[in-house]
Write a new protein. Structure first.
Length: 324
């Protein structure tokens, strides 16, 4: 999985906040219980002294094994007394322990120097959070993609737009649930308001849930940020070239709406070509027809898309107007 360094930094910040919260809550809980059960303070002091004595045994004792056994018995007796006191007052025996969000790693993110599963879940949440800031991710699922908005009239092709939309939805579902970094590239085509963005985001939802990194954006926003990065205008950039080229799945929405100049066209070709060469899948959506794409873009771009991308063409009327 190819997450960015910023993703890992933000994940560590989440873990740090969790540790701080767990320790603060434990301190407050201990203070309250110690006030309610004054005897606990004495037991805690005695246990601390036992720990100190164990250290002294290692340094000064001539009979380490016997002295250690004696101190172990003292420690167990004190712990038993503490548990009995807690139970008498209606508390669980582990109420004084720190309650971490992840009990497996203690909110450190590591188990035996290997990344804990909780870090993967944090990374997924961060991906969803970042994408949700710019697109309706939660509302864009395969379940909420309603094919009943598409005409059911069979055309010259022998299939209705509704049947075609159903097949495309199921094809996208299979693509997302079996996604790997060796998956195909996809091109959504069709008029405005036919669900291309919805399906793109539904794919993003499922791919993120499977632990892959996803970057989503309109062609305008991605290419604009990359142009600003190129010329040193790096304030408030959402997209960087390294992330766009290196993420597991890149989704470019609304190809054709971007401001076109020699740089953006060259940049688009670099994105498409580099990701094909490095076998990193890309999903693109556009309102353009093939003939319009060929008029607007360098043949190098259209030939790469034609030869490599699976084409999914949606037909029908603008769903957004129908829903109104």
């Amino acid at each position: 999985m190819s997450y960015t360094q910023d993703d890992y930094r933000r994940a560590e910040e989440v873990l740090e906040r969790r540790r701080e919260r767990a320790n603060m809550e434990t301190d407050l809980r201990r203070a309250k219980i110690n006030e309610e059960i004054p005897e606990l303070a004495g037991i805690t002091q005695e246990l601390a002294q036992v720990g100190l004595n164990i250290s002294k045994v290692f340094i000064f004792s001539d009979n380490k094994q016997a002295d250690m056994e004696k101190l172990k018995e003292q420690s167990l007796a004190l712990q038993k007394k503490r548990v009995e006191l807690l139970k008498q007052h209606g508390y669980n025996e582990d109420v004084l322990e720190v309650s971490y969000h992840c009990k497996a790693c203690g909110d450190t993110g590591l188990i035996n120097n290997r990344r804990c599963k909780c870090v993967n879940e944090i990374l997924k949440d961060l991906q969803r959070e970042r994408l949700s800031e710019i697109a309706p991710l939660e509302d864009s699922t395969f379940e909420s993609f309603d094919v009943n908005y598409y005409p059911d009239t069979v055309g010259a092709s022998g299939i209705s737009p509704r049947q075609k939309a159903e097949r495309i939805k199921e094809s996208c579902r299979k693509y997302a649930t079996s996604f790997t970094t060796a998956s195909n590239n996809v091109m959504f085509m069709g008029g405005t308001g036919l669900g291309k963005t919805h399906l793109s985001l539904a794919i993003a939802n499922a791919v993120i849930n499977r632990g892959f990194s996803v970057i989503y954006g309109t062609a305008q926003n991605i290419l604009s940020d990359l142009e600003n990065e190129k010329f040193g205008r790096t304030d408030r950039l959402r997209y960087s070239e390294a992330d766009v080229l290196g993420c597991d799945l890149l989704i470019i929405d609304d190809l054709g709406t971007e401001f076109k100049n020699s740089y953006t066209v060259a940049c688009l070709y670099n994105i498409i070509n580099t990701r094909i060469s490095s076998r990193r899948p890309t999903v693109i959506s556009t309102n353009y027809t093939w003939s319009e794409l060929e008029e607007q873009y360098d043949q190098r771009i259209t030939s790469r898309i034609t030869g490599i991308y699976s084409q999914l063409v949606l037909e029908g009327n603008d769903i957004r107007y129908i829903k109104k």
